[in-house]
Design a protein around this ligand. Structure first.
Ligand SMILES: Cc1cc2nc3c(=O)[nH]c(=O)nc-3n(C[C@H](O)[C@H](O)[C@H](O)COP(=O)(O)O)c2cc1C
Length: 254
């Protein structure tokens, strides 16, 4: 089974593509009850797919892993998606649950507090390269390869993963900066796409609770561009995974 978390769809696509290429199935972590413990029996496969947040796991993934018990002899792997670099997140997972293999897959960036989204050409290029990389990752999973860690760690990865990630979770994840402009039409899409059910609509306007992961699905999917995170996101682009197979395969099929 492949367990995944995704805000804007990149990791969902990676999880579903891998499920298809490894004859497995993908399930959303957010749909699993917080009371449920997951036992991965020997000879079974545990896959984990998630977006990198501040060079580490999103909190929902870290919390989920506390409930996962891998029996000796189970095969486990993790795949993170990132806009650029993943830091030492796979080393963290190796130490925590002893994953056998780990991979990073560069996908279009959705973090628009500090940076911006990729332009259309760059985003599509990343998705096409990711699609090819997933073939090789699937092959590795299918033969139960162990000890393969293909991760784009980036520079000063130790500081990023251990210090910046701590700072992010402690100080930079508040839901308070979310704002909604008068352009909001009360369609409720933000409420329905929030993977952690952290948004409720009252009088046709969204309100955020404080268990926000900061996945930004609400900002990126809003059809009216009515949602922002303080002033950081006002002049930034919007992104969510919306590619067809034809776009991904491109001229490979010609
Ligand atoms: C809160 C937050 C933090 C992020 N931190 C990183 C990071 O440390 N390194 C990186 O390369 N990308 C980072 N990103 C970009 C995402 O990891 C990347 O776009 C990912 O593919 C999004 O996956 P999703 O569409 O499944 O949500 C971050 C995105 C968000 C929302």
């Amino acid at each position: 089974m492949i367990y995944y978390f995704s805000g804007t769809g990149n990791s969902k696509w990676v999880a579903e593509t891998l499920a298809d290429r490894t004859h497995d199935s993908a399930v959303k972590i957010a749909d699993i009850s917080k009371e449920e413990n997951i036992l991965i029996k020997k000879d079974s496969v545990f896959g984990l797919v998630f977006p990198v947040y501040a060079w580490n796991c999103p909190e929902i993934v870290s919390e989920f892993l506390k409930r996962v018990n891998l029996e000796k002899g189970a095969y486990s792997y993790a795949v993170c998606t990132c806009g650029e670099e993943a830091g030492l997140v796979m080393s963290v997972l190796k130490a925590r649950i002893g994953i056998c293999s780990g991979f990073s897959v560069v996908m279009p960036n959705n973090y628009i507090v500090a940076g911006d989204v990729d332009d259309e050409d760059e985003a599509l290029k990343k998705v096409r390269e990711a699609d090819r990389l997933l073939d090789s990752i699937a092959l590795s999973i299918n033969v139960r390869e162990k000890g393969r860690f293909d991760v784009n760690k980036g520079k000063i990865a130790v500081i990023k993963t251990f210090a910046a990630s701590h700072f992010f979770n402690k100080y930079a994840r508040s839901a308070k900066p979310f704002t909604t402009s008068y352009d909001c039409i009360g369609c409720g899409l933000c409420e329905s796409v929030c993977p952690t059910q952290n948004i409720v609509l009252a009088d046709g306007m969204p309100f955020w609770d404080d268990k926000c992961q900061q996945c930004f699905a609400c900002i990126h999917r809003c059809p009216e561009r009515a949602i922002d995170y303080g002033k950081f996101t006002k002049k930034k682009g919007r992104y969510y995974f919306n590619y067809t197979q034809e776009q991904i395969k491109g001229d490979q099929n010609v």
